[in-house]
Design a protein around this ligand. Structure first.
Ligand SMILES: *Cc1c(COP(=O)(O)O)cnc(C)c1O
Length: 494
């Protein structure tokens, strides 16, 4: 073995006598390590989450890595046979691969080259404790939907939000549906709602047989325009219509300007539901997004800032409303030993296994917000010299979580580039970008529905859709990946 080979092997190997603490420290600057025995033979791959899981299982920081159970995938291949270590690692899901000599000792360690891997818009980002907390449900055989993780997740989420209570549910859409049910929205009712949003925000209005009335966005926040809302409320009053509720979306992680919206709605007796599916961790004037309206809905879908793979939550100022949401989410069973029902409900509760994932993710939320904000700053820096590119602004009224980095392309400066052409160029390079949500008043589903633009001269949500571009924003995006995406955007604009 040459000195170079020995050094190359050492950089990514760790011995069984090394401690848990040492392993974690080394893994701060390496994606993974190969655990080797005293003779230098490879045993298994070691990643940070493997060690954190040991910590959670009660092993102290001084525990030697010999205590790690065997790994699943073989982590070594004879140097002579290793024609394509990168392909092998991709195939086996490994981050590192040991290349061994004839005696089976590690000569070199190859690390996975991530440069030509696909970059996704907003993939889940696990921290390491999720598995252990979800598995705790198995240890106690609490696989049934309800259980201690659900109760703990609700309490921890409420504490994070500074809200009196929260109900853990199966999705954000379910949370919004329950919110409308709690407000007694029914057939023939009118619900005011943001036009620039995702369908999950609006479909529950249809579930209840009510009619959406769409409100445009304002340029400073990209969210519900108080000016448009004021005109829509005045028109409803003139027509003798009393809207039953308003659903205000906090788009791309930015809070709507809620003070004027809440004041206007209060003056017309309209309760406000915040759709905070994208804005968990953001704030409005120092208060957590999702806690400003009468009710707030959150999503833990796989693409959101934290995830339970699928899930949601509902919060409210009035804990009785949250208790009522739990009642409706578990088939509306009246308190009786037999199955007694006076109203119907839904099966909308979060499972105890997924709540374990949620508890671990919630501990990471502030870190994820910081990372996403940093990703936004990096993109903006990297593309500062491209005059055609602008950005979704951060409203002066709060702190955005930058769930997605949203750029805009000025058609007059972009040399013919459009969001669609840039998205296609990125896709060809294995990078996933998306247009901004298509406004609801433009959807065939809502042809003929009422819509109030920001002002007579400007439908701002249409402008966002025409010019907006969502860039990959996953919180585990590396600086190199950001630079690569920025470079592709620059070239696509020319
Ligand atoms: C994701 C999302 C929802 C729906 O949440 P699910 O958990 O996917 O049902 C609702 N509104 C907005 C704005 C969203 O982004």
């Amino acid at each position: 073995m040459t000195l170079h080979d020995a050094l190359a092997a050492e950089a990514l190997t760790i011995g069984t006598d090394a401690t848990l603490a040492e392993g974690l420290r080394r893994l701060e600057s390496a994606p993974a390590l190969v655990l080797i025995d005293a003779d230098g033979r490879p045993l298994r791959e070691v990643r940070a989450f493997h060690l954190r899981r040991m910590g959670l299982a009660g092993f102290g920081p001084d525990t030697p890595l010999a205590a790690l159970p065997p790994g699943a995938a073989p982590v070594a291949v004879g140097e002579a046979e290793a024609r394509n270590p990168q392909a092998l690692m991709r195939e086996r899901g490994l981050q590192v691969l040991a290349l061994t000599d004839a005696a089976g000792r590690v000569r070199r360690v190859a690390a996975r080259d991530r440069r030509d891997e696909r970059i996704l818009l907003s993939p889940p980002h696990m921290g390491g404790e999720e598995e252990a907390l979800a598995l705790s449900a198995f240890e106690t055989n609490w696989i049934a939907p309800l259980g201690p993780n659900v109760d703990a997740f609700e309490a921890e989420l409420a504490a994070y939000l500074g809200a009196p209570a929260a109900a853990a549910l199966s999705s954000g859409t379910a949370a919004l549906h329950l919110a409308l049910r709690l407000l007694d929205v029914g057939p023939g009712d009118v619900v005011l709602t943001s036009s620039l949003t995702f369908i999950g925000s609006v479909a529950p209005i249809l579930y209840q047989g009510a009619a959406p009335v769409f409100i445009d966005s304002a340029p400073d926040s990209w969210n519900m325009s108080p000016a448009a809302l004021e005109r829509a409320l005045a028109r409803a009053r003139a027509e003798g219509v009393a809207p039953k509720a308003a659903i205000v979306t906090n788009i791309y992680g930015q809070s709507a300007d809620l003070d004027p919206i809440l004041a206007l709605c209060a003056a017309h007796g309209v309760p406000v539901i915040e759709d905070a599916a994208e804005s968990l961790g953001a704030d409005y004037k120092g208060r957590k997004s999702g806690t400003l309206g009468m009710l707030g809905a959150f999503s833990f879908n796989g693409n959101k800032i934290i995830t339970t793979s699928g899930g949601g939550a509902l919060t409210a100022h009035d804990p009785d409303l949250v208790a009522r949401a739990r009642f409706f989410s578990t088939q509306a069973r009246d308190p009786a030993p037999h199955y007694e029902h006076t109203v119907y409900g839904y099966n909308y509760r979060m499972s105890n296994i997924l709540a374990g994932v949620g508890r671990a993710q919630l501990r990471l939320l502030d870190d994820r917000v910081a990372r996403r904000r940093r990703i936004f700053a990096r993109y903006r820096e990297a593309l500062a010299d491209v005059p055609a590119i602008g950005w979704m602004p951060e409203a002066a009224t709060g702190r955005c979580n930058r769930w997605l980095t949203v750029a805009t392309i000025d058609p007059d400066l972009g040399g013919g580039a459009t969001p669609a052409s840039v998205i296609a160029a990125l896709a060809a390079a294995g990078v996933e970008a998306r247009p901004v949500w298509k406004p609801m008043h433009r959807q065939p589903l809502f042809a003929g529905a009422a819509y109030t633009p920001h002002d007579d001269a400007l439908s701002f949500s249409d402008l966002c859709f025409a010019r907006g571009l969502c860039l990959p924003s996953g919180s585990d995006l590396s600086d190199d990946q950001i630079a690569r995406v920025a470079d592709l955007v620059r070239r696509a604009i020319g």
